[in-house]
Design a protein around this ligand. Sequence first.
Ligand SMILES: [Zn+2]
Length: 388
Amino acid sequence: MSSYQICSRCVYDTSIEDISFTAEGLCSYCQKYDNLARKYINIPKEEKQKQLNVILSKIKRLGRNQKYDCILGLSGGVDSSYLAWLAKDLGLRPLVVHFDNGWNSELAVKNIENIVTKLNYDLETYVFNWEEFKDLQRAYFKAGVVDIEVPTDYLIFAVLNKLAAKKGIKYILSGYNYATEFGMPKGWNISNKFDNKNLEDIHKRFGKIKLKNFPKFGRYQIFYYQNILGIETVPLLNYIEYVKKDVKHFISKELDWKDYGGKHYESVFTRFYQGYVLVKKFGIDKRRAHWSALICSGQVTQEEALEDLKNSPYDLELQKQDFEYVAKKLDFSQDEFNEILKAKPVPHSLYATENPNDFSWNFFNAVMSFPVRIRRKLRHIGATGKWR
Ligand SMILES: [Zn+2]
């Protein structure tokens, strides 16, 4: 076995299974980041502004006769909260949608209320059937797989797209950004959150009730929404200077936003999952990814990140409380839950998975390529008046 090594720049180390280093000690994830940065992040300000203007004029033009020109998913976290402010500042008219999976912290609810009131937005809250959602989350725990957030991530994307389709809205604003999110190491999450086969197999084996309300949103549905209906997800924060520290300060001042003390900790479940389950059962500390992104975009130093990583992910007393709360809410006895968290991790691939290259999918894509090309051209003409 080779010896321990940590990247010369970020805080990824040899605990990551597919990591490699240059002779100078720079890790493969930093190299990927640099390639991305050359193309998308470290481009001149004027160029970014130009790209942003193109997107904004498309959104405004396609939505000009509608009440809303875009949809904005608001979790109450830093990124989506700032995005809500930015959309207003840029003159967009979003319908704000919050997906409530039953795990919101009280603080998140308060933050969302404040934002929507201050910015004078309409809010639609989507509450998924709790018994079904609980059954799915229980199944993922029992399956022993790493990505227990699949049900949430899958549903958010499905809900936003379906609502966009229903209302005839063509754009979904996303808070995803390169400056604070980093390539997740292999094995830290499932590679395809919309792998229906995997989800269905895990639920078939470990679930108890039928999922009557669960919207199917796999690759065929995504293809339909994106290519036929022309619904596009726009990562708006990638077109502006995004400095986490400044943004937090700004939204606290402007929107009365209160900090949760950790990335994605607006949800009690995500706090427990990232700060406890991943760390204890899977040996994964997502703070490493969050810090590494901030280091690469020059927002913190490696020393600061390493100093923070010496602390436990979050308050130990709160971890204990969360353990009891999550177990109870998911109908696990404490012993049962303990056993689940101690059991050996199981790869997602142990269950049925979709083959990204199977015949029917390739055939479908080949058949659809012509109408999709025409569809894109027509949309371009609709937006610019020019055939390109
Ligand atoms: Zn690195």
